[in-house]
Design a protein around this ligand. Structure first.
Ligand code: URP
Ligand code: ZN
Ligand code: ZN
Ligand code: ZN
Length: 488
């Protein structure tokens, strides 16, 4: 029996335009988007009058079931995805961490973890060292495993960090494979030095985390990665842009014509550290992430950069540890597992912070939360659009309803929420994933194992220099201000 759905009378919003139309779904695929569709009795009808019907969110940056800093994130592929669906996100891209330096073993372990998925997902691969075997594995990832992006860590000295020589090798390899290089941009050597300084000064609390890795070090690493990518002449994706310093480097590079994509995360757009370091350990430690939550002002400037196109898409870096795990660092901030929540809150907070405040349009909301991610990772228009033929990952957002965030009612397994008590206008009332209604009337109906792995193909046309119409999008990343282009 096939699932048939009709979403009636809503305003269908894509990144390029909007119109009042019905959306008809069969077997997980959008079949038609037209006004006044007539259907038979066996079709479930959802009334969306007065509401926005939009592509489900795609979170480009999550860490579910990740072993990190001596422990494991508390949300796995089921609980993290359930939380995502309750907040209107229907796909995420998670970072595979190699096992003993092996990408293949790393991928196998993530394939196992992802078996309980209740929504679609894709993978980036972290590169924590570089040698012939890693180079060979990278080719297998791109050609056989559906991975088209590799993340290099310039921070986490002694564990994940790569030096400039290895970064250069990795950038060249990405280029030759048609894969996108991603970078965690903080100077890990300087952070290590900063941490020692803090400990010597007797600063062992969570404030030491922020003080040891100031915006300056994020700006330096961002500039360095951009220049090395320019030297190799390959595109670069900067993850979790948290500071004005890093954003300005991206703006400068894009203005000069370099292909650089900048990803702010919700925590960096919404939070600042005002009063934070005066609070108790339990409160302050839950905000510890890298790069750190910055002083007031950085967040507002990042919002502006998102609205004018210097930054293009919003992730979360959802990477949660409960208060017991955060307390591993009670005597030493260096042992506080790094990471904050956001996978469930992203859509609401971007709507509230950016759309309600008038900084971006509703179409741009779709672009920065969904469409742009699908384009950058080469899965558009299967994902990121409400058009006939696309996957039926759809949300219905009521602009007149309101959301409220707290740890009591959220769906993540963690016991705290960095957005505790926040409320705002605009609520995701219905989430449809793969043609299934999984969130309705504040209730989740999720099925472990129903999520599909989404393979992301390489960017052959761009890197081989062959001039094809399809290449125009990635080439357009050259433009200082990126605007979505019409596809219909
Ligand atoms: O604090 C963070 N960001 N934890 C997750 C790992 C990373 O660097 O993305
Ligand atoms: Zn990172
Ligand atoms: Zn991350
Ligand atoms: Zn259209």
């Amino acid at each position: 029996s096939s699932t048939k759905l009709l979403i009636k009378g809503g305003t269908v919003v894509n990144a390029h335009h909007q119109e009042v139309a019905d959306v008809y779904v069969e077997d997980g695929i959008i079949v038609a988007v037209k006004p006044d569709l007539k259907v038979t009795d066996d079709v479930k009808v959802i009334d969306a009058t007065g509401k926005f019907v939009m592509p489900g969110g795609i979170d480009p940056h999550t860490h579910l079931a990740m072993e990190f800093m001596g422990t494991e994130t508390i949300d796995d592929f089921f609980s993290g995805q359930a939380a995502a669906l309750a907040g209107g996100t229907t796909m995420h891209i998670d970072f595979v961490i190699p096992v003993n330096g092996s990408l293949i073993a790393g991928l196998e372990s993530y394939e196992e973890k992802a078996k309980k998925s209740c929504m679609d997902y894709g993978f980036h691969m972290a590169i924590t060292k570089f040698d012939d075997s890693v180079s060979r594995d990278m080719e297998i990832m791109v050609k056989e495993k559906g991975i088209n992006s590799f993340k290099f860590f310039l921070a986490y000295k002694g564990s994940l960090m790569v030096n400039d020589e290895l970064l250069l090798e990795g950038l060249k390899r990405c280029k030759s494979l048609g894969a996108l290089a991603m970078v965690h941009a903080e100077n890990g050597d300087a952070v290590f030095e900063g941490q020692k300084r803090m400990i010597q000064l007797g600063i062992t609390g969570p404030e030491g985390h922020a003080l040891s890795r100031p915006p300056l070090l994020e700006g330096e690493a961002t500039a360095r990665a951009i220049r090395l990518a320019g030297f190799v002449n390959t595109p670069l994706y900067v993850v979790h842009v948290m500071s004005i310093d890093a954003m300005e480097e991206i703006a400068k590079a894009r203005k000069s014509g370099q292909r650089v994509v900048g990803e702010p995360v919700v925590s960096g757009l919404v939070l600042d550290d005002s009063g934070l370091w005066d609070s108790d350990f339990a409160t302050a430690s839950k905000f510890v992430m890298s790069p750190p939550i910055r002083a007031a002002g950085h967040n507002k400037v990042l919002q502006g950069a998102l609205s004018n196109g210097v930054l293009q898409l919003v992730g979360t870096d959802h990477c949660v540890f409960n208060s017991t795990q955060k307390a591993f660092g009670i005597d030493d901030f260096r042992k506080i597992p790094n990471g904050v929540n956001g996978i469930e809150e992203r859509m609401h907070l971007v709507w509230d912070t950016m759309v309600e405040s008038g900084q971006i349009s509703i179409n741009d909301f779709v672009r920065v939360t969904s469409t742009e991610c699908a384009r950058v990772f080469n899965i558009y228009p299967r994902k990121g659009a409400i058009i006939a033929g696309s996957d039926a990952d759809i949300i219905i957002l009521n602009p007149n309803s309101s959301f409220e965030i707290n740890a009591r009612s959220h769906h993540s397994r963690t016991d705290t929420n960095v957005y505790e008590g926040r409320r705002g206008k605009g609520k995701v009332e219905v989430t449809i994933a793969g043609g299934r209604v999984v969130w309705e009337n504040n209730e989740l109906k999720v099925v472990p194992g129903s999520g599909k792995y989404i393979e992301m193909p390489p960017f052959n046309y761009l890197f081989s220099g062959i001039d094809k119409a399809d290449a125009s999008y990635l080439s357009s990343l050259n433009a200082p201000v990126k605007r979505s282009k019409s596809t219909t």
